[in-house]
Design a protein around this ligand. Structure first.
Ligand code: ADP
Length: 486
């Protein structure tokens, strides 16, 4: 069997779905609108009332016109009782599946025909056709005259013929016709049911597959998270263990450079100085790794307080001034007057801006100027914090930007540079030393301060790193309650 043939063969589940379940009901299978239309048009065509019931006795469709003889009989006490008994009996008749129709006589001489509605070998309901007057009834039957002493024979004779008449063979033909039409309606209903069942089972199958994939993904995610945790632990432990001997190497090389162990001759001074420089570089890397592992594991100690941002930025500029001076780069700080303090850990915030300014110096051309600016972040600036002002209208934010005119960062790299160990892979940045850890530490530190950091392009060249941090709650002068400006 070819692959396409085998895919057309229904699976066991589908085979089951092709046959009707035992609990299928007429009302679930049939198109109600089509059934009502059919009942109405049969009534219009033959003038005989028709009702369709489900197996559980629910009236699904009817088209009925009251008969004058029935109204008349209903005005008589005994007549009404007899009439109700006949109608309720007609309702309770249950013809066997696939049997011929059952005739139910009425005391008026009229008749009902009841037949079962079957589909796929199952009895789903019944149809009740009538009342109608058989063609052979030509006079008022005794059963009608005997139903109530007050009955008027002449009136009965006048009204009885107004009932729809039909020959027995004609009624059988109508019933056959009805059965065939019902069959068609049921067949198309079954088809629709099958289609929806198939659709449902294919949706169920896709859902099951999706669930399985989801579970696998979750497992992979959990495994990765565990690996990530192990990696952080490993980094933490290894870095810690490396730092101790390294501190000795740096200490002893410093002592050697200072001549504490005796004067150094020839190239010795230069070599020992190199050992010291490289040791410092390695220590820097180890400290960064330790910071990263602490930030990732959430064990970084933060001493939150209020930080005067102007003072902090001057410190940062002073720290980097010697390095900048070597390349004739100027660092210019501008802080808007009256800027509130920032909420945070001064050492960690200092680390954030030293990292950013250090990068700016590293990637800027000689003789250029780096601008460090600080000012309030206007709340209606929705460029990056959409809906922020609506959520927390009373919270004030401060924006610090480090602006350089260096090589800049291509747009498609801007998200990734905050990943650990990520460096923009171009020959120009490779010239600069670095570990790719600085910005990932910056990002995590800013996150830990409930702030945001983003990078954009400076024009014509360069990068702008903007950090937004929450302002510390302001204490107003003279002890009056704090007020929000304007
Ligand atoms: P690194 O130690 O390499 O500087 P960072 O995490 O601080 O590590 O920076 C990651 C990368 O982002 C850098 O290698 C560089 O490619 C790019 N980058 C960071 N700051 C700047 C900047 N001001 N101008 C241009 N590129 C930058």
């Amino acid at each position: 069997m070819s692959e396409s043939e085998s895919s057309r063969v229904p699976h066991d589940d589908n085979l089951q779905a092709l046959t009707l379940g035992t609990d299928v009901r007429l009302q679930d299978l049939v198109d109600h609108e089509a059934l009502r239309d059919m009942v109405r048009s049969f009534h219009t065509l033959f003038g005989i009332s028709l009702r369709v019931f489900s197996s559980d006795g629910l009236l699904l469709a009817e088209s009925v016109v009251g008969q004058e003889i029935c109204h008349y009989v209903g005005t008589l006490e005994n007549g009404l009782r007899a009439c109700m008994a006949t109608v309720s009996k007609a309702r309770t008749i249950e013809p066997a599946a696939r049997s011929k129709e059952v005739t139910h006589p009425c005391f008026t001489g009229a008749q009902y025909r009841v037949f079962s509605i079957d589909y796929d070998g199952k009895k789903l309901g019944k149809a009740v056709l009538g009342p109608f007057l058989p063609a052979e009834v030509t006079s008022v039957p005794d059963t009608l005259l005997a139903v109530d002493p007050k009955i008027d024979g002449a009136r009965a004779l006048e009204l009885l013929p107004r009932m729809p008449r039909a020959k027995t063979e004609a009624i059988s033909l109508i019933c056959d016709h009805l059965r065939r039409t019902l069959d068609l309606i049921l067949w198309s209903g079954h088809k629709a049911l099958l289609t929806s069942q198939m659709h449902l089972s294919s949706v169920r199958e896709s859902y099951r597959e999706l669930q399985q994939k989801n579970e696998k993904l979750q497992e992979a995610f959990d495994r990765l998270r565990e690996l990530d945790r192990l990696k952080s632990n490993f980094l933490g432990v290894v870095s810690h263990e490396l730092r101790t001997p390294l501190t000795s190497i740096i200490g002893y090389s410093e002592m050697l450079v200072e001549g504490i162990a005796g004067p150094l001759v020839g190239d010795q001074q230069k070599f020992v100085q190199t050992i010291n420089d490289k040791g410092q570089q390695l220590l820097q890397l180890i400290m960064s790794l330790l910071d990263l592992s602490k930030l990732e594991s959430g064990t970084m100690n933060m001493k939150k307080g209020t930080v005067a941002i102007g003072q902090l930025l001057s410190d940062v500029a002073a720290t980097l001034a010697p390095k900048a001076r070597k390349r004739s780069i100027e660092i210019e700080c501008t802080v808007e007057p009256g800027l509130p303090d920032v909420q945070g850990d001064p050492d960690r915030l200092r680390q954030v801006f030293v990292n950013l300014a250090d990068n700016a110096v590293k990637f800027s051309p000689e003789g250029s100027t780096i601008y460090v600016t600080a000012g309030p972040k206007s709340l209606d600036d929705s460029s990056d914090e959409e809906g922020f002002s609506l959520l927390e209208p009373s919270r004030r934010m401060i924006e610090v930007s480090v602006i350089d005119s260096g090589i800049g960062i291509p747009e498609d790299e801007r998200e990734r540079i905050f990943d650990a160990f990520y460096q923009v892979d171009s020959s120009s940045t490779r010239e600069h030393e670095g570990t790719g850890l600085g910005l990932s530490i910056v990002k995590r530190l800013v996150d830990a301060h409930d702030g945001t950091v983003r990078v954009s392009a400076n024009h014509p060249t360069g990068a702008i790193f903007s950090v937004v941090l929450p302002a510390a709650a302001q204490r107003s002068q003279l002890g009056s309650p704090a007020r929000r400006p304007g």
